[in-house]
Write a protein that binds this ligand. Structure first.
Ligand code: BGC
Length: 387
């Protein structure tokens, strides 16, 4: 009796483990180790005939990140709600074709310079460089073909915390920037439900670098807009902008105005304040906050809480600032994954970075990278839920 019952019980346990989305960190069964294999599928063809791949990273809890080597785009990212149910919390398209047609930088790596450079010009070592003007009168997110629109070399790294290492060589003069820039971006899906992004770059000529990721988050799982998401920013100051969204140079205290997110506040609570000139310029929030921190330490920059699902996202970074953008330019013209339409303010971006227009504003922390130096930054998005 005993000898036939035991194998049956064990088999039952293995089946239960492989069907369950939840597992404790201490149980390291073979089933879990297999689940951490990185899957690679064809994501579609680029106009030049090259193929983009889609990599699926999974952790033992059942969290999934899908990343394509086209633009280093995070196409899917799941996170648990308060009942442990995972749902996709980022905007994007089902296939490469959508990204090729038109994308407001959904999920992408942004560079060589994320955010704006006034009038597409800057001077370095006595030479003036001219970049594409692709956003009103300014340069935005690296230009016409930025790092979001190139094919990266991908190296999947399997393990308990699977990772995808992407590399790209941006040639001297590409998009007007000086220096051959060797860039790597490594995405790691951690055991504790965080997605860690490590950026490095080296150059053979002095240049400017400001890399970030442009994921559009919606913690409801894209069920409704983000106006009820509650945001906390660890920032006592922000950068007011002019009408073309270039910082004026002032670091303005948030105390007493609609930019104060030092305590958890609904994103929509003050977003349409008719009296605030800065809100008018941005069409909502589209500004950079200066983080309270010591130089380059990895510290908590932002927390987002979504009350209907209980989902929480925490953002830690080594960067000095964060651009908080409320999807003001989404207008319902895009239908994304699973046929979901994306109207205004259907997602929020928290782009960790240096200040916009730093190459032209000498009082801002420097973004110059010189030969022999290594640019190195880390940002971590961690997901949990209120029980
Ligand atoms: C900018 C917005 C811009 C958006 C593009 C954000 O980083 O701050 O102004 O419209 O990127 O999708």
């Amino acid at each position: 009796m005993k000898s036939t019952f035991l194998p049956l019980l064990l088999a039952g346990l293995v089946i239960f483990q492989s069907c369950s989305n939840k597992s404790s960190e201490s149980s390291e069964s073979t089933t879990e180790t297999q689940a951490l294999k990185i899957e690679k599928t064809d994501f579609g063809k680029l106009p030049d005939g090259q193929t983009a791949e889609l990599y699926t990273l999974k952790n033992a809890n059942g969290m999934e990140a899908k990343i394509t080597n086209y633009g280093g785009i995070i196409t899917h990212l799941t996170a648990p709600d308060s009942s442990g149910v995972f749902d996709d919390v980022v905007l994007g398209y089902d296939s490469l074709a959508g990204y090729l047609k038109s994308s407001p930088y959904f999920g992408a790596i942004v560079g060589r310079y994320g955010n704006r450079i006034a009038k597409g010009k800057f001077a370095l070592d006595g030479k003036t460089y001219t970049l594409a003007v692709n956003n009103m009168v300014n340069h935005l997110h690296g230009g016409t073909v930025g790092f979001d629109k190139v094919l990266w070399k991908a190296e999947p790294i399997e393990g308990e915390e699977p990772a995808l290492k992407l590399s790209y060589v941006s040639k001297d003069g590409e998009e007007g920037y000086p220096g051959n820039l060797n860039v790597t971006v490594t995405y790691t899906l951690k055991k504790n439900n965080s997605l860690k992004i490590d950026y490095t770059a080296t150059t053979d000529k002095a240049t400017v670098v400001n890399l970030t990721n442009h994921t559009y988050f919606n913690l409801t799982g894209a069920k409704r807009d983000i106006l009820d998401h509650q945001l906390t920013l660890n920032a006592d100051r922000f950068l007011p902008v002019n009408e073309t969204l270039i910082p004026t140079g002032e670091l303005k205290p948030v105390a007493g105005n609609v930019f104060d997110f030092t305590k958890a506040t609904a994103v929509g609570a003050r977003i349409n304040d008719p009296k605030d000139q800065q809100i008018k310029y941005g069409g909502g929030y589209d500004h950079c906050w200066v983080l309270n921190k010591k130089d380059k330490e990895l510290s908590l920059a932002a927390t987002v809480y979504e009350p209907t699902t209980g989902r929480i996202m925490e953002v830690q970074t080594t960067e000095p600032a964060i651009q908080f953008y409320t999807g003001n330019f989404l207008d319902g013209s895009i239908t994304g994954k699973k046929g979901t339409n994306y109207p205004k303010r259907f997602a929020l971006c928290l782009e960790t970075e240096h200040y916009p227009d730093s190459p032209n504003q000498s009082a801002f922390p420097t973004v110059v990278l010189k030969p022999g130096e290594t640019y190195q930054t880390t940002t971590i998005y961690t997901f949990s839920a209120k029980k």
